[in-house]
Each structure stands twice: as C-alpha cells, then as structure tokens.
Design a protein. Structure first.
Length: 194
C-alpha cells in the first residue's frame, strides 16, 4: 500500500494519513502479522536514512533489517504520541547506527571513544529520509540499463571503466547511460516538485 506525501497545507489529508497509520500500528499491536504493512510503508525511508549515514550497502541492509526486527519486537510498547511511526523507526535506526559506531571504535581502538561516530543530529530528519526514499523509488523506475549503471556507479562506487567491463560496453556507452539516467532522474524530481 503506497502512500504519497500530502501537499503542504492539506491538514485534512495529513490527519487522515496519521489516522490510517495509527490504525495500522494498532492492528500490528494486536496481530504481529500485520506489521508487514508498516514495513512496506516505511522500508524505503528507513533504508535511505541508514544508507546515507553508514555509507556501506551491506551494513545498511543489515542495519535496516535489524531496525525492523527491533521494531516488531517492541511494537507492543509503542505509544502513539502524534509523531509519525516513521519517527520511532528512525530513532531506533539512529540508536543502532550509534551503537554500531561505538562497537566498531572499541574493536579498532580498544577504547570507548567516539572517533568515527556519524553525525546523527538531535533527531532523525523525516523530510531528508523521505527525499532519499523518493530518489530510490525513482531509480527503480529507470530503464534496466540506466538503473544498473546508476547502482554500480553510486551504490557500489565503481569506476566507468569497471562498469564498462562488467556490462561488456564501451566507456562512452556507460557515460551516455549515466548521463541519460541522471537527466531522467532530474526531470522526474522536478516534475514531482511542480
């Protein structure tokens, strides 16, 4: 069930979405099998938030999975306070990222220092996570070749040469695919803001 962010100034729509979300949370509290709907609604947002902060695709996937496992385990203790459910999920994610950073620092230095802790800010930013999630969805809508090039170039951080070799194409063809993909994404983003 995909829910789009309501237009600014539309209080009725916002309260309707919060009401729907509240019903989904209450249903999941009664029947944990209903948590899947909350997972579907919030996965892209949580993954985008985590991926942006850890910078490692495998770690982001693992942490995102852990966030939802922890949320499912703690769904009974969730209390509705008017803040979107995603805010609770992002707080769990922020804490897990911080814990991971502390653990890694201890492993590397043998100390409890926070030398390599990502800047999480006071509160997770829902708008930033929404924007990243929107971008992930737009990338998923690209033609297959463009999507592969964007994934390899920006998620896997491969060079044009490495991508060309992997795809069996010339470097010029890969550059052209990347250019078209970025143009396509830019126009879709601008269309979404219009």
């Amino acid at each position: 069930m995909a829910v789009r962010r309501p237009a600014k100034g539309s209080r009725e729509k916002i309260s309707g979405l919060q009401g729907d979300e509240r019903l989904l949370v209450e249903a999941a509290q009664k029947d944990p099998g209903r948590f899947a709907e909350l997972y579907e609604l919030n996965f892209a947002r949580v993954y985008a938030y985590v991926a942006r902060r850890v910078g490692d695709r495998d770690a982001a996937q693992d942490l995102t999975s852990d966030v939802f496992h922890k949320a499912l385990a703690g769904i009974q203790s969730f209390e509705w306070r008017g803040v979107p459910f995603a805010g609770w999920l992002l707080r769990i994610a922020a804490n897990m990222i911080l814990d991971r950073s502390k653990r890694r620092t201890r492993e590397i230095t043998g100390q409890d220092g926070l030398a390599d802790v990502p800047d999480l800010g006071a509160r997770p930013k829902l708008e930033e996570a929404d924007q990243s999630a929107r971008l992930f969805r737009l990338v998923d809508q690209l033609p297959a070749d463009q999507r592969r090039v964007i994934g390899m170039r920006f998620a896997e951080e491969k060079s044009i040469r490495e991508i060309a070799q992997a795809l069996g194409r010339s470097e010029g063809a890969v550059k052209q695919l990347q250019f078209r993909a970025l143009q396509n994404l830019r126009s879709r983003l601008e269309g979404a803001h219009a």
